[in-house]
Design a protein around this ligand. Structure first.
Ligand code: FE2
Length: 344
């Protein structure tokens, strides 16, 4: 099926025999090219491969068009008369509505200058005109397959976040804590300049770190009195269960060490592996400080919230005992003092 924009009429009769690849992916591809002949050639090839094709001459606002049609992939001519294809690609890749749609830029040459522009524009791939049929077919299929996988992972993420929220809601003890920890750990990650990917992992961990407590019975999780040694051992297992539950987040593998190690201690007296010093993954250390600080500065049924200063003093005491990384605690103290100063 072909959907034609800007009043262009295209027939779906083609002269190309189908490329044999299976399984065929049923998907919607948008072709944006101001040159009719070049566009028709690409459209014909895609139709033969079984794709639903939307075509445009690039004269209307590309971002709005892609946002409205939500194709599975965009083939975009790099040089357009009304707008720059590279700039249009950059916009697509930064807009929340379109950033996950793969974009392939079509260029007229394979010069180094083009390659750099393609990378800078955030395109997923590029093809050189005249297009090689097999190359076009393969790239389109691969990128759409990857998009499908990412969508599946997004759904997995949503399910895990929902479970984590339900687990958090089971006990009124830490209600709303995940969202608070996520905000704070993001700010601390930025303060430490750990990089965008690490920050995303920290934010994921904020939501998922205690998901493993789902396997711990209510009679233990909601117990008012002190836990028995057996019960304590069971609670400690939440980090391993959480790591196991989150295994399907394969594109976010950096979250798993944070979940597993967020109860380790600098002197090796923590769990589950008794790791010490720099053997504890750095992001797990960063996350742990925020998790503890949030617990100390939040109201709980059995205690009132400590002030920021009191919480820092408690964390300093724990550092003296050998439980926390002294240099990281120094940075955290400066971070909190700056936060408090900005509140005044
Ligand atoms: Fe935990």
């Amino acid at each position: 099926m072909i959907e034609s924009l800007s009043g262009l009429s295209i027939t779906n009769k083609t002269n190309f025999p189908a490329v044999n690849h299976s399984p065929q992916i049923s998907a919607k591809v948008m072709v944006i090219d101001n040159r009719p002949l070049s566009r028709m050639t690409v459209v014909d090839l895609l139709v033969v491969d079984g794709y639903q094709v939307i075509e445009s001459d690039g004269e209307s606002a590309i971002l709005e068009l892609v946002s409205e049609k939500q194709p599975d992939l965009v083939l975009l001519n790099a040089v357009l008369p009304e707008s720059n294809g590279f700039e249009a690609c950059r916009q697509l890749k930064t807009d929340l509505r379109t950033k996950d749609i793969p974009v392939v830029l079509m260029t007229v040459g394979d010069r180094r200058e083009y390659r750099l522009q393609v990378m800078e524009a955030g395109a997923d791939d590029f093809l050189v005109k005249p297009l090689d049929r097999l190359e076009l077919s393969t790239r389109v299929r691969t990128l759409i397959h990857q998009k499908r996988l990412n969508e599946g992972l997004d759904q997995t993420k949503q399910v895990l976040f929902s479970i984590a929220k339900a687990v958090e809601g089971r006990s009124s003890d830490r209600g709303g804590s995940c969202a608070r920890v996520a905000d704070l750990v993001k700010a601390f990650g930025e303060y430490l300049q750990v990089g965008p990917e690490a920050i995303e992992n920290l934010v994921f961990a904020a939501h998922l770190h205690d998901i493993g407590t789902i396997a711990i019975p209510d009679s233990i999780m909601l117990k008012k009195g002190e836990l028995t040694p057996e019960e304590t051992e069971l609670v400690k297992k939440h980090v391993l269960i959480g790591e196991q539950i989150c295994q399907p987040l394969s594109h976010r593998w950096g979250v798993l060490p944070i979940i597993r190690h967020h109860h380790e201690r600098w002197d090796g007296s923590g769990y589950p592996d008794g790791l010490a010093n720099s053997n504890i993954p750095y992001l797990a250390q960063v996350f742990q400080i925020i998790d503890i600080y949030d617990a100390l500065t939040s109201d709980r049924p059995h205690k009132q919230a400590y002030s920021a200063q009191e919480a820092l003093e408690i964390i300093a005491e724990e550092t003296t005992k050998g439980w926390r990384n002294p240099s990281l605690v120094t940075k955290f103290t400066a971070f909190v003092q700056e936060l408090e100063k900005n509140k005044e």
